[in-house]
Design a protein around this ligand. Structure first.
Ligand code: ZN
Length: 506
């Protein structure tokens, strides 16, 4: 079953809850005990607006009590002075690896989704954590993967194993039969559990014309699914890429989510946000997201810096940092380092903090990490493994950009509701309420902070005291528990149905 309209979700949530109570399953009686009690914490549930001291009872993988009264449990966690929040849901992360999940769990994330780039076929997504995941994970079907397969006959697995992609994958306009092939792959994977379609069109701008994009929007609309788009990047925040996506959504009826708005909008953030509001007023189902970082990062030799990068990003040498030391460049050092150290990482600071803040405070904008793939601690990555604690520590506590309830809504109820409209698995996520999934993040609001930096990204966040995933304590007293793997693969298929045998949606 596919749901339509925001009102359908709370209704079904309530219905499920009533059925659960009527059947007597997992509802604690006055004298009954639960598996786990979280005692005396400040429970914040943005979906209902609850912000009060409560005891929370968990049995199995469900929340069975949220009460002022006493609870008895097989185990009790004292949460006095702590905030008890729904576990954070990250719609945009590229690191379904043991290391990525480790650091995201330490950042309070209980569900990590690869939706922007996606994967194909989605049932085989994330082999490195399959069967042993610390947090829940899932993916969209990656249009880019289907394009690579249609043009070059290569699977994403062979690429990860070290294959290199022929340049035509990025630059060649596809023909009718390649498009038909892509369409079939996208449709099949949506039927087999994909959480929408990921469309990072910016990276394929030269080879992707509007007809190919329109085909993807039409497939999304026909399947009542959701499309995530990294719009084409224009010079210095040119809005043409955003306008193209909004127009196609309007014309096809596809629901869309625009990735990392401030990174595309740059100085035009006000304009981008306004155009999204106007599209919504005109009947387009569109949401967007922001990550709390003001830079991009890449190898100094990468293609990013072979084009007119100063114009595209509206920056100069001094805005680029050598990640290893923090040194800023001038023209001479830039030329020297590019020749001598092609594999060195640079960080290009092209966003002003006020642009990020502007996107963050806009109502409805969701918080994400855009964490890059973390394979081993030798790899150079950006510090996005601290995205959520960064919001809570720097933007809520230190700068006062947002109140705690609003900030938490952007990491819990808003992403859950956005997805629940299309994928029923999310109806019970993002809540601290009876009947909800027992994914919880408990933190100290006075100390919570990210510690990862561009120079030293492999540092866990501070101030997250306990994280519960599917009812199991996965992080305790600030430490990731090495042998707990309670995370589950999230596929949009009926319970008990294994893809690819089923084309059915629940
Ligand atoms: Zn992107």
């Amino acid at each position: 079953m596919i749901l339509h309209g925001p009102r359908a979700v709370p209704f079904l949530f309530l219905l499920g809850l009533l059925l659960g109570l009527a059947l007597g399953c997992q509802s604690p009686s006055e004298e009954g005990t639960v598996d786990l009690v979280i005692r005396g914490g400040r429970v914040i549930d943005p979906a209902s607006g609850l912000d009060a001291i409560r005891n929370v009872g968990i049995t199995g993988d469900r929340i069975v009590a949220v009460t002022e009264g006493p609870l008895r449990g097989a185990r009790t966690i004292e949460a006095e002075g702590r905030v008890v929040s729904p576990g954070f849901i990250d719609l945009h992360t590229h690191s379904p690896t043991p290391l990525g999940h480790y650091y995201q769990l330490a950042d309070g994330v209980t569900t990590a989704l690869e939706l922007e780039a996606g994967s194909y076929p989605v049932a085989r997504f994330a082999p490195e954590v399959a069967g042993a995941a610390r947090i829940h994970f899932g993916a969209s079907v990656g249009w880019a993967s289907t394009r690579i397969e249609a043009i070059a006959g290569m699977s994403i697995e062979s690429l990860l194993a070290g294959g290199s992609v022929p340049i035509e994958v990025f630059t060649r306009i596809t023909d009718a039969s390649e498009r038909a092939q892509m369409r079939k792959m996208l449709e099949n994977d949506l039927a087999n559990g994909a959480l929408g379609i990921g469309v990072p069109v910016d990276y394929f701008s030269e080879g992707t014309d509007e007809d190919e994009l329109r085909m993807i929007f039409e497939v999304t609309a026909a399947a009542d699914s959701l499309l995530y788009i990294h719009v084409r990047r224009g010079v210095n925040g040119d809005p043409a890429g955003l306008r193209e996506a909004l127009r196609l959504a309007k014309e096809t009826g596809a629901s869309i989510h625009v990735c990392h708005i401030s990174h595309n909008a740059m100085r035009n953030i006000e304009l981008f946000l306004r155009e999204i509001r106007e599209a919504r007023a005109n009947g387009v189902d569109v949401t967007t997201e922001v990550l709390p970082y003001n830079a991009g990062s890449a190898l100094i030799s990468s293609a990013v810096f072979s084009r007119n990068w100063q114009e595209v990003f509206a920056i100069d040498y001094a805005d680029v940092e050598w990640a290893a030391t923090g040194m800023r460049f001038d023209e001479a050092t830039w030329r020297e380092y590019r020749l001598k150290y092609p594999a060195g990482q640079v960080v290009h600071h092209y966003l002003k903090p006020e642009w990020t803040r502007r996107a963050l405070v806009e109502p409805g904008v969701i918080v994400v990490s855009d964490l890059l793939r973390m394979v081993d601690e030798e790899s150079r990555v950006a510090p996005h493994n601290g995205a959520f604690t960064r919001i809570l520590g720097r933007h809520v506590r230190e700068a006062g950009d947002l109140d705690l309830m609003t900030a938490l809504s952007k990491m819990t109820s808003l992403p859950a509701q956005r997805l629940a409209k299309f994928f029923p698995s999310f109806e019970n996520k993002g809540r601290v309420a009876v009947g909800a999934d027992a994914d919880l993040t408990i933190f100290n609001p006075a100390t919570v902070i990210d510690r990862a930096t561009y120079g030293a990204p492999f540092q866990t966040a501070d101030g997250i005291s306990t994280v519960i995933v599917a009812g199991e304590v996965a992080l305790d007293e600030g430490r990731v528990l090495e042998d707990v793997f309670a995370g589950r693969r999230i596929l949009n298929v009926a319970e008990g149905v294994l893809p690819p045998d089923s084309g059915e949606n629940r």
